[in-house]
Design a protein around this ligand. Structure first.
Ligand code: SAH
Length: 366
């Protein structure tokens, strides 16, 4: 395989058009090739019969459709499915498909591991290796779509929603995440509307502003605490970008989008952030940002220093928000029998930090 072959999954439509222009071809070649790859599941240029023979040969030399390799395919009793995908360099990432009635949500990873050290997340303990390329992000959607089946009718979608909530912090890899999300929204590829592509962040403030300049996807913010002292402990990134700055960035993100709202994610940790007082303080914060709340039952993992809040405690917290008119959804825990729930995705990270080692040696609470 020639090393300078370009992986077409890296290219959003404008980039693909530029690529064809370089080959001396017209821009519509880009949409033809995208339809072959994304709608028909064809990677072999020889089979792209509406391209001339000369172009097909040129593509075989210059380009490729490089996909991650599926090394595990685990179905959950509740219908969700988790895949472990091995990348060309040997790292493994995880992707989860969550069907729910007419909706099919794919939870996609953005980095190999994570550099943030949120204390309730098991990905954090794997350490970090590198950012994913756009092709590796798009590749997760391609692989998932081919395994859950292409839609029966053209225009139908099996994957209706994508959430950038797998391994990693997507806003620390914006350069690759933005074109990847463009491909998700592209009609000639997955055709998912901007509202149904959600980027979840721990709160990288300057990157929220950059995202806003390039994209209109839905934004979810992992808040988890209504004050800085507590959030500093749960999401250490808060020491750099405290809550008030984060909320201001959220307001800027919604400027000029009157019908859009931010989703605040709030993982319910027993006796840590789940009291009625926490709920009332959260309400106060939220007043300044058009928003709704996703309460996430905590998913335990080996050595996790927290317990999940009980159901009645979660319901009490939710009721306080709902009574004040805040749309609040308690996220269903899906795929926990296959460790595919929020915060349980680990993959096989060739750790470049010392973090995984530290946890392995000192264990819990290190
Ligand atoms: N880095 C991004 C996206 C990945 S996490 C972010 O922080 O938003 C996706 C969501 O799952 C986040 O809200 C995260 O805080 C939450 N989460 C992490 N670990 C969890 C756990 N053990 N139980 C429940 N939710 C968890």
């Amino acid at each position: 395989m020639s090393v300078d072959r370009i992986n077409l999954l890296n290219l959003d439509r404008p980039a693909m058009e530029a690529f064809f222009a370089e080959l001396g071809e017209r821009p519509f070649r880009a949409t033809q090739v995208m339809k072959w790859i994304y709608h028909r599941g064809v990677d072999d240029f020889e089979r792209m019969t509406d391209l001339g023979k000369g172009l097909r040969e040129q593509l075989a030399v210059r380009a490729e459709v490089g996909l991650p390799e599926v090394v595990a395919d685990q179905p959950s009793a509740d219908g969700s499915r988790k895949w472990a995908l091995r990348l060309a360099d040997g790292n493994t990432i995880e992707t989860v498909f969550i069907p729910d009635g007419q909706r099919g949500t794919l939870c996609v990873s953005s980095q190999v591991g994570c550099t943030l050290a949120c204390t309730f997340c098991s990905t954090a303990r794997q350490g970090f290796n590198r950012n994913l390329t756009a092709a590796e992000i798009v590749g997760q959607v391609v692989v998932a779509q081919r395994l859950v089946g292409l839609p029966e009718h053209p225009g139908d979608h099996v994957i209706t929603n994508v959430v950038m909530m797998g391994m990693g912090e997507p806003l620390l890899n914006l350069e690759q995440v933005i074109p990847a999300m463009e491909v998700m929204q592209e009609d000639n590829a997955f055709g998912i509307s901007k509202r149904r592509v959600t980027l979840s962040t721990a709160g990288v403030v300057p990157a929220i502003d950059r995202l806003r300049e390039h994209s209109e996807v839905s934004l979810a913010v992992s808040l988890h605490a209504p004050d800085d002292a507590l959030r500093d402990r749960l999401v250490p990134l808060n020491r750099k970008y405290p809550i008030e700055e984060l909320l201001a960035a959220c307001r800027r993100y919604l400027e000029g989008k009157p019908h859009r709202r931010i989703t605040f994610e709030y993982t319910m940790l027993a006796d840590v952030n789940d009291s009625p007082e926490h709920a009332r303080r959260l309400l106060k914060l939220m007043r300044s940002v058009p928003s709704k709340v996703n309460l996430i039952p905590f998913n335990v993992f080996p050595g996790s220093p927290y317990q999940g809040s009980s159901r009645p405690v979660i319901d009490r917290f939710r009721d306080i928000l709902v009574q004040s008119g805040v749309t609040t959804i308690t996220r269903k825990t899906r795929g926990d029998d296959i460790d595919a729930a929020c915060g349980q995705l680990v993959g096989r990270v060739q750790d470049r930090t010392r973090r995984s080692e530290r946890f392995a040696v000192r264990g819990v609470g290190a």
